[in-house]
Design a protein around this ligand. Structure first.
Ligand code: TXA
Ligand code: MG
Length: 351
């Protein structure tokens, strides 16, 4: 057990002295969790191999799953990568700081433990004021996966981080709820046509508006691709999973509702506790089960922002089976569906 100190920071009125304390822990080779605009991260000095090892231990993370390095300024980028491809400049100008991680060819100072032995490195400049200032004060690039135990949904609230990592990290910076709610988009820019390896906070449509054609790793698109091996090592793990079994229903919304009701009755008759992951538009149409709305179908930002929180809520309510509605894989819907499909372990029912 590690003694974990809690550091409360108001993101709209940052107490620099308190945040400096967290930065010093990072500089000294310790682990610190902190809010970003996507989800909470579990950080350590990216250039200190022993510090990075502590991240893997705290999370119980497989060592072949590479980490994202978080930076606060452009100079840091230069020393971490071999070259900055031409199209990268446009992308960086438009989307950094923000929920976009870019894959570059790595420079020799990036340790192999960060990249899982790959020649490439993932880099992101977060926009959250606490994350930005913490990295700046630490004066080191900060490796940070999501601050959850491996296998659990990513944390979007202070409570999620405490539940998972109290006693496992040196400090937890509490800074309120994260806004985006799904992790950053991972975009590989080492090839001529950039490829999305993980859909996230920046959508394919937004990227295409700036740089033209963007591909999506076929292994992560659609609902039938269980057999394909994703290019991003982390995408092969069935994480994001709650304790309950998750079943997704896809089809026309009316048919989804009818289908969920039918399965709910059947499961409840057999003694299961059933949760229904609904939306504002549909939540009143279910006649039983524990119904939680993710937000409005006409505002997918709310759905993304609530997704991981709702998965954790069902676990707290000891639900056995979660029946979930699905979304069109467009815009933010692509990231939402990607997380849902993984939470369900590809358990998808076409209705
Ligand atoms: O929003 C986010 O990205 C959050 C916050 C904390 O910044 N971080 C995050 O980290 O989600 P993590 O470790 O949970 O996910 C990193 C993803 C994994 O799928 C990993 O395999 C992929 O990025 N990745 C890292 N380095 C890579 C590389 N060199 N090539 C391909 N994929 C890489
Ligand atoms: Mg993660």
């Amino acid at each position: 057990m590690t003694k974990t100190i809690l550091i409360n920071i108001d993101k709209d009125n940052i107490d620099t002295k308190k945040l400096k304390h967290a930065a010093e822990i990072l500089r000294a080779g310790g682990t610190v969790t902190f809010p970003t605009e996507t989800v909470y991260g579990l950080g350590a000095n990216a250039l200190d191999i022993n510090a990075v090892k502590k991240i893997f231990e705290a999370k119980g993370r497989p060592s072949d799953n590479p980490l994202i390095i978080h930076i606060s300024n452009y100079e840091d980028l230069n020393e971490l990568v071999l070259e900055i491809p031409k199209n990268a400049e446009k992308i960086i100008n438009e989307f950094w700081p923000g929920p976009l991680t870019l894959i570059f060819n790595k420079s020799s100072i990036v340790p192999g433990i960060i990249t899982g032995g790959l020649n490439t490195v993932a880099i992101r400049m977060p926009a959250h004021p606490i994350a930005k200032l913490l990295i700046e004060l630490a004066k080191v690039p900060v490796a940070a996966p999501s601050a959850n135990l491996s296998g659990k949904p990513s944390p979007t609230k202070e409570k999620h981080v405490k539940d998972d990592l109290m006693g496992r990290v040196d400090a937890i910076v509490c800074g309120g709820d994260t806004a985006v709610g799904v992790e950053s988009t991972v975009l590989d820019i080492t090839s001529d046509i950039p490829m999305i390896l993980r859909p996230g906070g920046v959508t394919k449509e937004e990227l295409e508006r700036i740089i033209g054609r963007v591909e999506v790793d076929p292994a992560i698109e659609g609902t039938q691709k269980k057999h394909l091996i994703p290019k991003s090592p982390g995408m092969k793990y069935t994480h994001y999973s709650p304790n309950a079994d998750v079943i997704l229903l896809s089809g026309d919304l009316e048919d989804i509702i009818t289908g969920i009701e039918k399965i709910r009755k059947d499961k409840e008759d057999n003694g299961y506790r059933v949760g229904i992951m609904a939306t504002d538009e549909t939540k009143d149409k279910y006649e039983g089960g524990i119904v939680i709305s993710l937000g409005s179908r006409s505002n997918l930002e709310t759905v993304a922002s609530n997704l991981f929180k709702v998965l954790r809520e069902f676990d707290e309510k000891n639900i056995d089976v979660i029946l979930a509605e699905t979304f069109e894989e467009k815009g933010l819907g692509q990231a939402i569906m990607n997380r849902l499909i993984k939470a369900a372990g590809y358990n998808i029912l076409k209705v």
